[in-house]
Design a protein around this ligand. Sequence first.
Ligand code: NI
Ligand code: MN
Length: 231
Amino acid sequence: MSVKFTYYGHSTFAVETGGAKLVVDPFFAPGNPAAPVTVDQVEADYILLTHGHGDHTTSAPALAKRTGALAIGNFEVTSWMEKHGAKRVHGMNTGGAYTFPFGRVKMVVALHSSTMPDGSSGGDPNGLVIHFNDGHDVYIAGDTALTYDMKLIGEAGGVDLALLPIGDNFTMGPDDAILAAQFVKAKQVIPVHYETFPVIRQDAHAFASKLRALAEIDCTVLQPGESFILE
Ligand code: NI
Ligand code: MN
């Protein structure tokens, strides 16, 4: 088995593994200027939400309503999803893990904020550590500052792939993301949450070169629409 990640710009990914289709932090066109597709062009069995901000949740209710996908996120975020028409939700909270048919999802600490688009509370923001059924471990950082809590992920054995924000301003920037990659003992990094808006423009290829040179960690820069496969 393998796990295929298709990038849709910003922090939005489609993940395919063992016949299951996951969408992480759905933010599609036209709201997401980097996304090559609209929410109507995407299929999902599961929707994973790291936190409440609109650039991670705007397309989630429409995707849930059309596909009937199970929405997974913290309790406040999944309650908001229910309020906006999602029929199937699974609420969790920081520190908790649960085994879904595709693998085990653990919600970990993210240092950020988490208001929903309508101003209601999104609870605490989260990162996700997923142990997929095929054996791969993946850290989806969500929006976060660099935090020493990331070392716990490294101490637990590290991950095959980390999706790390590098945009700065709202999240950690490239230099802190290099430390984050080392803290979580990532074998491979894909940078996210940059380029979408002027205030978070970054040179992702410069980040990739620096990560390889300083930390000897491999890095793949994806253009929206491109995929990366863990196999
Ligand atoms: Ni955010
Ligand atoms: Mn964000």
